[in-house]
Ligand binder design. Structure first.
Ligand SMILES: Nc1ncnc2c1ncn2[C@@H]1O[C@H](COP(=O)(O)OP(=O)(O)OP(=O)(O)O)[C@@H](O)[C@H]1O
Ligand SMILES: [Mg+2]
Length: 352
C-alpha cells in the first residue's frame, strides 16, 4: 500500500515536471502533491505539501477547487496575482484527479497577461485614432455650419475658414497615410529586405528634399558623412522615410538650435550585430527631451508636447514608423538627449 502510494506520487511529480504550463496537483487531504516548474516559478517550491488555499488564495479559485474535491464538476475561472511591479492574469481550470484513495484535483493555469495587454493596446489604438480623427473633423463640420449661416456673405471670413478647413483635412489625410504606412511596415516586419542601397546617397537626398522645410525654419543642415559610400541591405523608400522622419523632427522640434547635422560613421565591429555596421545620426541643438519621455517616444501617438506637435501638423506616428522600419532592417535605434542641449537619434545598421 505505502509502495504504491509512493509510486503514485512519484508518477504525479514526473508528469508535473513535464508540463509546460503552470499546473498544481492537490491530494485528497487538500494538500499540494506536485507542481509543474512554471507553477513553482509563480508560487515558490515551499508550496509543496502545504494546504492549497494558503497558496491559491483567490476566493473563486478556492471555491472551484473545493467543489471539485467534494466531487463536483470541473470548473473554470479567471484570477490575477500581483508580484512586485506587475499583475499576472491567469485563466484557471480545475478537474478531478483520480488517486489511490478517492480523488484530488488538478489545477492548470494559463498566463493570459500578454493577450489581455494586446487587447488593451488594440482598444487604446482605436480610441487614439478616433480621437485624432474626430478633432479635425469636428472643426471642419463647425466651419461648414458657419459658412452656411453667419459667414454666408462674408468673403474674407469665407477664405479664412476654407484655409483652416484645408489644413484640418490635410491633417486627416496625413494621419490616414501614416496609419497605412505603419500597417504596411508592420506586416512586412519579418521579411528581410533583399535589395542593396546606399546610406550616403539616402542621407544626401533626404537633406536635399528637406531643404525648403529647413529654410522656412531658419535651420542650416550640415552633412558630416565619413564615407564615400555606405552599402546596406535595405528598402530604399523605407530607409529614406526613417531619415526623413528623424530630420523633420530635428528641424521641427530642435530647430531653435539653428542647425541640424547628419553624421555617418563606420563601426568595425558592432557588438550586437556582431560585425561591421554603419551608424547614421541626426543631431539637433534644440530644446532636447526630458529623460522621462525617452523610452516612450516610439509609441504610437506619444508626443512630448501634444499641443505643439499638433500645431506643427504632427500625428505622433513618425517615430513609431521609424522603429518598425529599423526593426525590419535588423538595426537599432538609439536616442540620446539632454535638456537645453539637443538630441541625437542614431540608427545602427549592418554594413554589407
Ligand atoms: N529632435 C527632437 N527634439 C525634441 N523633441 C522631439 C524630437 N523628435 C521627436 N520629438 C518629440 O517626440 C514626439 C514624437 O515624435 P514623432 O515623430 O513620433 O511624432 P510627431 O512629430 O509629433 O508627428 P509625425 O512625425 O507623425 O508628424 C514629438 O511630438 C516630439 O514631442
Ligand atoms: Mg515626427
Amino acid at each position: 500500500m505505502r509502495d504504491s502510494l509512493q509510486q503514485g506520487s512519484e508518477l504525479l511529480s514526473a508528469i508535473a515536471a513535464g508540463l509546460p504550463q503552470p499546473a498544481i496537483m492537490i491530494g485528497t487531504n487538500e494538500r499540494i502533491l506536485a507542481m509543474s516548474p512554471t507553477a513553482v516559478e509563480h508560487f515558490g517550491d515551499a508550496s509543496l505539501g502545504r494546504h492549497f488555499f494558503t497558496v491559491l488564495r483567490n476566493p473563486d479559485v478556492i471555491e472551484a477547487v473545493g467543489q471539485v474535491l467534494r466531487g463536483g464538476t470541473p470548473r473554470k475561472t479567471r484570477f490575477a496575482i500581483s508580484d512586485h511591479a506587475q499583475d499576472t492574469v491567469f485563466k484557471m481550470s480545475c478537474a478531478p484527479l483520480p488517486l489511490e484513495r478517492g480523488h484530488g484535483a488538478m489545477v492548470s493555469l494559463e498566463d493570459t497577461s500578454s493577450i489581455e495587454a494586446m487587447g488593451q493596446m488594440r482598444r487604446d489604438f482605436v480610441a487614439n485614432v478616433s480621437h485624432e480623427l474626430r478633432t479635425p473633423l469636428t472643426a471642419i463640420l463647425g466651419f461648414i455650419e458657419t459658412l452656411r449661416g453667419p459667414a454666408r456673405d462674408d468673403a474674407v471670413a469665407r477664405d479664412r475658414f476654407l484655409e483652416t478647413m484645408e489644413k484640418e483635412a490635410g491633417r486627416m489625410n496625413r494621419l490616414v497615410m501614416d496609419l497605412l504606412s505603419l500597417s504596411r511596415v508592420e506586416s512586412e516586419e519579418r521579411v528581410r529586405p533583399k535589395t542593396r542601397t546606399d546610406l550616403v546617397e539616402i542621407l544626401r537626398s533626404v537633406s536635399l528634399s528637406l531643404r525648403p522645410l529647413a529654410e522656412a525654419a531658419d535651420v542650416r543642415m550640415d552633412l558630416a558623412l565619413n564615407a564615400q559610400s555606405a552599402p546596406i541591405m535595405g528598402d530604399q523608400d523605407q530607409v529614406m522615410q526613417v531619415f526623413t522622419n528623424l530630420a523633420e523632427n530635428a528641424i521641427k522640434y530642435g530647430g531653435a538650435g539653428g542647425r541640424v547635422r547628419f553624421e555617418l560613421d563606420r563601426i568595425d565591429r558592432d557588438p550586437m550585430l556582431r560585425g561591421p555596421a554603419w551608424e547614421a545620426t541626426i543631431v539637433d541643438y534644440g530644446a532636447g527631451i526630458d529623460a522621462i519621455h525617452l523610452h516612450r517616444l516610439t509609441e504610437r501617438f506619444y508626443r512630448v508636447d501634444g499641443h505643439r506637435s499638433r500645431e506643427l501638423g504632427g500625428t505622433g506616428l513618425g517615430l513609431a514608423i521609424v522603429k518598425h522600419i529599423v526593426n525590419r532592417h535588423r538595426g537599432r535605434l538609439k536616442i540620446e538627449s539632454e535638456l537645453g542641449k539637443g538630441s541625437r537619434f542614431s540608427v545602427v545598421i549592418a554594413a554589407v
